[in-house]
Design a protein around this ligand. Structure first.
Ligand code: SAM
Ligand code: SF4
Length: 345
């Protein structure tokens, strides 16, 4: 794919995307594949059926779609999945999208990854303008890592993180807090991440998609984790915000940043600036709601972006106020049927 393939210009660029609650949508997360080389227990079941490849948007279509959002005022793009780096030729999408960084229309092009392919791609990602990435590591115990991810290898992931650091990419480690699994290891994760100069963000499990097992067994409220951390660490509130759900503190003893993403114990929707698009071109205006808009049909209907812009505007005009996540024993079904790997984390 050549960097100029689609989505040139800022035709139709309007005042930006503003939802009915006055929130500016400036952040798009794009799942480029629903496939993954891991099977994390809270994310997927071991035997997943994936979308037929023909249903996926091509890389050119993804470029055009992302570029349409940039034309509409999106300033930050996060490529995710599934595991984005397992999609064939994915670096060509990064290289193509980097033209928007050069023009200044896009402020940040970033990635969330499980790190398995990072050793191979770190240098190329940096060359395509990726300055920061999120890498998911829930434990530093190799055996436990295998149990959580089912198919992952911690040593490979840590090598990937080192390669990204060497390439000069800023790193945030994401760890999902899991009851009885990694709850005793949060101190180690803080020491590791901050010792390496990375940020660390803790995430509560969210009820997305059927998995094998009971989510109430995994759910660990971060309010409990935070209270426990106060026995050993000094947590200083800092004003740092990304416009997203994470709330950050500085750990005085390490000097590093620690984030908490607490969809279950705190509602973070009032400042929501983001929407998500799947690898089939379905736009979800809220991670925690079913309502969605198909962008693939307008994308394919014509080479002109008019229909696409109309569909995006109509979707943003019905972005819901917030999510309705609930994890409790009375609800046997997940709050939202699709998996995180479909909408992108
Ligand atoms: N494969 C990449 C990775 O693992 O970083 C990107 C996609 S993954 C769906 C993005 C993030 O979502 C990961 O940090 C993962 O731990 C998190 N995640 C997946 N399922 C989740 C769930 N049910 N609740 C909370 N976080 C979840
Ligand atoms: Fe794959 Fe990421 Fe889901 Fe784990 S959390 S199964 S690495 S998509």
């Amino acid at each position: 794919m050549t960097p100029k393939s689609f989505g040139e210009g800022h035709e139709g660029s309007a005042p930006g995307l503003v939802d009915p609650f006055g929130r500016h949508v400036t952040y798009l997360r794009v799942s480029v594949t629903d496939r993954c080389d891991f099977r994390c227990v809270y994310c997927m079941s071991e035997h997943m059926s994936f979308l037929p490849k023909k249903d996926l948007l091509t890389l050119e279509e993804l470029d055009r779609l992302c570029s349409a959002f940039v034309a509409k005022g999106v300033r930050k793009l996060r490529i995710t999945g599934g595991e984005p780096l397992v999609r064939k030729n994915i670096l060509s999408l990064f290289r193509a999208l980097s033209r928007h960084l050069e023009t200044g229309h896009l402020e940040e092009l970033t990635l969330t990854t499980n790190g398995s392919q990072l050793e191979k791609y770190a240098g190329e990602l940096k060359a395509a303008g990726v300055r920061r990435i999120n890498v998911s590591i829930d434990t530093l115990d190799a055996q436990k890592f295998k149990t959580i991810t089912r198919w992952g290898d911690l040593a490979v992931v840590l090598k990937g993180v080192e390669a990204a650091k060497r390439a000069g990419i800023g790193i945030k480690i994401n760890a999902v807090a899991l009851k009885g699994v990694n709850e005793e290891e949060i101190d180690d994760l803080i020491r590791y991440a901050h010792g390496e100069g990375h940020d660390l963000t803790l995430i509560e499990t969210m009820p997305l998609g059927d998995i094998e097992g009971d989510r109430t067994d995994q759910y660990l409220p971060l309010s409990i984790v935070r209270a426990r951390l106060l026995d050993r660490w000094t947590l200083e509130d800092i004003p740092f915000r990304t416009g997203g759900p994470a709330r950050y503190v500085r750990v005085k003893e390490t000097g590093g940043k620690l984030g908490f993403i607490t969809p279950m114990t705190h509602n973070f929707c009032e400042s929501c600036n983001r929407v998500r698009v799947t690898c089939t071109g379905t736009l979800y205006m809220c991670l925690g709601q079913e309502d969605a808009a198909d962008l693939r049909a307008p994308l394919r209907a014509s080479a002109d972006n008019g229909h696409l812009f109309e569909a995006i505007d109509a979707a943003i005009a019905r972005k819901p106020k917030g999510h309705d996540f609930v994890i409790d024993r009375r609800r046997k079904k997940p709050a939202v049927a699709r998996h995180m790997s479909v909408t992108g984390g």
